[in-house]
Ligand binder design. Structure first.
Ligand code: GCU
Length: 602
């Protein structure tokens, strides 16, 4: 059992925050030095850099020690300086042809110098590493992180030296039955340091985390909290919104914590007016600026209310697949392209499937006025009876909420996608729902469920998990996996719940540029037909309050092997991975334009 077993227990029990005392909120708003760029790497499929030949952890001879021979006779069987490089951020699969399908470990190494003045503190922050990271600095283990899509950091104040630091991260992306996700996913297992790596310098006592939002149900009362980290935990802290002429003075307690509450006259954030305010969190020893929007989100019976008004979510789902180059998306350019296409569709909503995307996506959605469904990769058949799997899922949930809790665009936390019914699953997910509500009482909770046929033409949405959710998500493929496109004309939908439904997936595949008659599958004509009949059905669902068809752009998947058509791409995109719009894009665009002009279907 690798040390990860111990570390993972420690970490997951206390969250990955154990190493540095908790997540650092809004890293972009702090003093940082980027470690992005070319890292030395060793591909290590047999974990030779971790275990000895008896499969025992061997830190002394492991690759984490970065040993050099001390004489011409000494045996050292690795050498970062003579090894290949990889760009960080970036999955390894798309950087070298031999790594396209690679599932295993790769050791990354980056040298850096850093002059840290006395009384200052230094952290290393990872935007994400898929799937399991073991991190060392100057040969000392900092800690481990499990989960491929959420940030984590380690304090290195006591270890960093002015010259000659070497930071090593072993990243493994082997799929695991007990993992989150498990071994079976319909997306590419992009491994590596897939997001930014940066050094974050802080004063001895700093503003580590804060939540500044509107109080649930209020449009003019700000509510939240601040948390300091350091030795001077009792400080006067002011949370200021200068443009609104609001300032809330608090004093943090012996734990460095203080609640924030007060009135403020604010222009509410919305897709039509994505108003963001500069918020300044100023303590005696630190100050952090952020850009935060204020809005309310709630349900009332079968309606979703944004700022007290019913809203219909004109959405689209998307993977974090990089437009044009493919691979894991992470950059501002990737975010602008993907969300720009959503806007072209006349969307006001995006479902970021099936895991937290790069923070740039939710910050850009804040600025562009796109509502966000955010989710953790509790996907398909994870091990619902395994306590470790639950702890892992909960940790990823908490890390997602920790990172994005100040983003007005994020309105839905999704707990799961297409998980099979069962007692263990219901217990697992209802517990996760409860934990999400406790962590963030301001947002709505959902999950992508599946319906079943009550009779030949009635789709029934009565998943028992629905009783715990605010908004029902549902994935259905009438006309693709489920009958011909015309079948949708005969289907009606029912539910015992008085709750809004977002049809969180529907659609079909087409190879862009492949044309033929409407009966030829994978032609653009066939895909368009699926959408036309789907839209006819969706308009007849009385409790429908949003749609997010699957999927914005074609994406790589090891499951999609049909030569000449899929070639390891899932082709359900409305746009090809080369940015070419398919006919179905315009069918969906026309529907959303009509909803925008004439109002929602009901
Ligand atoms: C499922 C699943 C997606 C998958 C899609 C498909 O609904 O949620 O992750 O890619 O169907 O079959 O294309």
């Amino acid at each position: 059992m690798r040390m990860v077993g111990v570390m993972a227990v420690l970490m997951v029990a206390g969250g990955a925050w154990g190493q540095s005392g908790g997540p650092i909120q809004n890293v972009a708003g702090r003093k940082t030095v980027s470690l992005n760029g070319s890292w030395q790497t060793i591909v290590d499929p047999f974990l030779t850099g971790y275990y000895d030949y008896r499969w025992q952890p061997d830190a002394e001879h492991g690759f984490g020690a970065n040993r050099k021979p001390q004489s011409k006779s000494e045996l050292v069987e690795y050498d970062y300086d003579r090894s290949a490089h990889l760009q960080v951020p970036g999955d390894w699969n798309m950087q070298r042809p031999e790594l396209l399908f690679y599932e295993g470990a790769i050791w990354y190494k980056r040298d850096f110098d850093y002059k840290l003045e006395p009384g200052r503190r230094l952290f290393v922050h990872f935007g994400a590493a898929n799937y399991h990271a073991t991190v060392l600095l100057n040969g000392k283990l900092l800690g481990e992180h499990v989960g491929g899509f959420t940030p984590f950091s380690f304090e290195i104040t006591a270890l960093v030296r002015e010259k000659g630091n070497f930071l090593i991260a072993m990243v493994e992306n082997q799929r695991r039955m007990e993992g989150v996700p498990t071994v079976n996913t319909d997306w590419w297992n992009y491994g590596g340091l897939t997001r930014d790596v940066q050094l974050v310098e802080e004063p001895e006592t700093f503003v580590q985390d804060y939540s500044i939002q509107l109080e649930k149900g209020s449009r003019n009362r700000v509510s939240g909290w601040v948390r300091l980290n350091g030795t001077r935990l009792g400080q006067k802290v002011t949370v200021e919104i200068p443009e609104a002429g609001a300032a809330f003075a608090v004093t943090t307690d012996e734990r460095g914590y203080a609640k924030v509450a007060g009135e403020a006259q604010l222009t509410l954030w919305s897709p039509e007016n994505p108003k963001l305010y500069e918020v300044v969190v100023e303590a005696e020893t630190d100050r952090v600026r952020d850009s935060i929007g204020f809005r309310t989100i709630e349900t009332s019976g079968g309606n979703i209310l944004l700022n007290g008004k019913p809203i219909f979510l004109r959405g689209i789902t998307m993977h974090a697949e990089a437009p044009y180059r493919t691979g894991r998306a992470w950059s501002e350019d990737d975010a602008r392209t993907l969300l720009g296409w959503a806007k072209e569709l006349h969307a006001n909503f995006v479902r970021l499937a099936h895991y937290p995307h790069d923070e740039r996506m939710v910050r850009l959605a804040d600025r562009m006025g796109l509502l966000v469904w955010a989710e953790i990769p509790v996907y398909w058949t994870i091990q619902f009876g395994n306590p470790q799997t639950y702890a892992n899922a909960e940790n990823q949930l908490l890390e997602m909420i920790a990172r994005d809790k100040n983003r007005a665009s994020v309105i839905l936390w999704s707990m799961a996608n297409e998980t099979p019914l069962g007692e263990a699953r219901l217990s697992f997910l209802s517990r996760l729902v409860e934990r999400a509500r406790r962590e963030d009482p301001t947002r709505l909770i959902t999950a992508a469920l599946q319906a079943h046929y009550a009779d030949e033409t009635t789709e029934m949405m009565d998943d028992p998990l629905g009783q715990f959710l605010d908004v029902l998500g549902c994935n259905e493929y009438v006309g693709w996996y489920d009958g011909p496109p015309e079948k949708a004309d005969r289907i009606q939908w029912k539910t015992p719940y008085d709750k809004p439904l977002v049809m969180s997936e529907f659609g079909g595949g087409a190879l862009q540029g492949y044309h033929g008659d409407e009966l030829t599958i994978f032609t653009e004509e066939f895909q368009s037909r699926v959408y036309q009949h789907q839209i006819g059905m969706l308009k007849r669902i009385p409790f429908l309050r949003g749609t997010s068809p699957w999927v914005l752009m074609d994406f790589r998947s090891p499951k999609r092997t049909l030569p000449g058509i899929q070639d390891y791409f899932n082709r359900k995109g409305l746009i090809s991975e080369r940015g070419q719009k398919k006919a179905a894009f315009f069918v969906m665009q026309q529907f959303y334009e009509s909803v925008e002009k004439e109002g929602p279907p009901r």
